[in-house]
Design a binder for this molecule. Sequence first.
Ligand code: 0O2
Length: 221
Amino acid sequence: KQLSKLRALKIELTRFMMLYQFALDELNTKFNILKQEFEYIHDYNPIENVTSRVKSPESILKKVHKKGFELSLPSIRENIQDIAGVRITCSFISDIYELKKQIEGQQDLEVVEIKDYIANPKPNGYQSLHLILRVPVSMSDRIERVFVEVQIRTIAMDFWASLEHKIYYKYNQEVPKHLVAELKEAAHSAAQLDKKMESIHMEMNEHKEALERKEEVQELV
Ligand code: 0O2
């Protein structure tokens, strides 16, 4: 009896984790379509890179424990909103908000929460735009709506976040004060670089548009 109970639990758990992978598959297809369509219409691609992951069971359990949630599948499903995560890098800050607008415009996606750490960076300097979505997944017998966390950031923000993450774990979450200060300074430099790149990009666009207008006029005369 014990064995069949364990077997049933294993099936239930596997189905639970599969849901999140399916949600990511759905989203990856969506982002791919957005990317290709945008590129076709505007001759420009706002998405540099998309990666996704399903949180490991160990890391889910750690979070449940840390946050003091009830240890049950319904509680995990409701409370842990980043079991499925997508990270998108863009070249420019304006691309991040353009993408946000496009995601908000998708009929079947529900945007549950937006955390704008670009407008309001975290005290350590972390910047990114986080969207918590509810993504419908069509199963054989029902439609399930699961949470997915989408993190959208520039390449500079991503560079900073991955180094900060490594340092945080290297020092077992007790980072020396001077490194904390240097990281904050680096976040500031990354933000400056993003601003500079954006303004160069805008100037280049204006130049391109002016050239196109000139060519159109020449064709007319
Ligand atoms: P991992 O390993 O990436 O999965 P919560 O998600 O409920 O714990 P919070 O703070 O409300 O807490 O969520 P938030 O701010 O949306 O952050 C969730 C995720 O954003 C984190 O997931 C990180 O991926 C990323 N993140 C947030 N703050 C930082 C930061 O200061 N530095 C870096 N490098 N990443 C950050 P996890 O589960 O913590 O980690």
